[in-house]
Design a protein around this ligand. Structure first.
Ligand code: ATP
Length: 351
């Protein structure tokens, strides 16, 4: 602790020198200030030391973990008897969970609060380790894939997406990998700009202010730290656009709660349906409307998978949890019609 002691000594010396120039009270005040500065410095040093000693998350990867190129190709996900608990004495957040998601399938994960929905996404992203079972993505046990590769290969749109102090462009394309056209296309796909404006915007970047007063028309528009100058819906849409630029095969979405405006929510769902046909999507749904026309609904309850089927099959059966959740939503008739329409559409494309 030499680093910590030296300033104390300096402060003592400074006290003696100061006492020659100032009154006792003034000197005492100076010394208190210097000492509290030193206390702060000491706790900062301690904290930096703690951070340095925290093992790097990427080094937690299994030694034989690899970073397969062009993985995953299909986006097929399989949970096999997965059990996860957050601490040794807590109950299981996921209890022997097994289910399979085929390529390009859209799955809505529903259930009451604390049912284990977020834990499914946490497990795929390996934010938490599990005690037994496996997750296979594209024929690979994800524990055999490096964390860096795993997280770079799967898009995740959390409720509060991370945005940085910078511009629209630096947030969408931090490594400058894409052309302006590609970035504008992504913004158009999520509905933040008009599709028919893309070409003009690409050729007239400097005159973009002549377009509608929309900050997304200008890739240099400022984004404040955490996206504080954007609405929650705009933040999620920007994050969705960022995911689209990466064109990954799997996307995990934690739908924003009621605080997101209905129009932004509808835009997100429409974009997902129209532009991500071949992407496997798992959405934690807080509104049943958002996922009622998905291919499957996974109903979680107390960490277990209770139901896993097409929404129409589940809503049609009075004995399912999903049927009750739809009834409780007060929107049963509409949900039923949407589920049926989706079921009929799927049947037509299958035959
Ligand atoms: N980081 C954590 N540390 C300890 N326990 C946790 C943690 N995250 C979740 N849990 C617990 O695990 C269980 C499942 O939580 P999870 O967040 O997966 O549920 P959820 O269905 O997503 O809930 P909600 O709809 O309220 O977000 C709950 O009992 C919860 O208290």
């Amino acid at each position: 602790m030499i680093i910590a002691r030296a300033p104390y000594l300096d402060a003592g010396l400074a006290g003696i020198l100061l006492s020659n120039a100032f009154s006792f009270t003034e000197t005492a005040q100076w010394i208190i200030k210097v000492f509290s500065g030193v206390e702060l410095l000491m706790s900062s040093v301690e904290r930096i030391k703690e951070y340095i000693e925290v093992p790097l998350e990427f080094s937690k990867s299994n030694d034989s973990a690899t970073s397969p190129v062009d993985w995953p190709q299909t986006g097929e996900i399989e949970f096999k008897n997965l059990s996860l608990r957050y601490s040794p004495h807590s109950s299981k957040a996921l209890d022997n969970v097994s289910f399979k998601v085929r390529t390009g399938t859209k799955v809505g994960i529903v259930g009451r609060t604390g049912a284990g929905k977020s834990s499914i996404i946490a497990a795929i992203y390996r934010l938490s380790d599990w005690e037994s079972g496996t997750i296979i993505i594209d024929n690979k046990d994800i524990k055999c894939v490096s964390l860096e590769c795993l997280r770079n290969s799967i898009s995740c749109i959390p409720q509060n997406p991370t945005l940085f102090d910078g511009t629209i462009r630096s947030n969408l394309d931090p490594y400058n990998q894409y052309s302006d056209k590609q970035v504008f296309d992504a913004l158009a796909k999520v509905g933040l700009i008009e599709r028919n404006e893309v070409l003009c915007l690409v050729t007239n970047q400097q005159q973009s202010s002549s377009f509608s007063p929309n900050k997304f028309n200008d890739l240099n528009s400022v984004v404040r730290s955490g996206g504080s100058n954007l609405s929650q819906g705009q933040r999620q849409l920007l994050c969705l656009a960022r995911s689209m630029l990466g064109s990954r095969k799997i996307m995990l979405i934690d739908e924003a709660t009621a605080s997101i405006d209905y129009i932004s929510d509808a835009k997100i769902q429409k974009t997902i349906r129209e532009t991500m046909e071949n992407t496997t999507i798992l959405t934690i749904a807080h509104r049943l409307r958002s996922v009622i026309d998905y291919n499957k609904i996974l109903v979680m309850d107390m960490g277990r998978v209770k139901e896993y089927d097409h929404p129409y099959n589940l809503i049609s059966d009075k004995n399912t949890i999903f049927h009750h959740l739809c009834e409780q939503s007060g929107d049963f008739e509409k949900l039923f019609d949407l589920a049926k329409a989706s079921f009929d559409r799927e049947k037509q494309t299958t035959y």
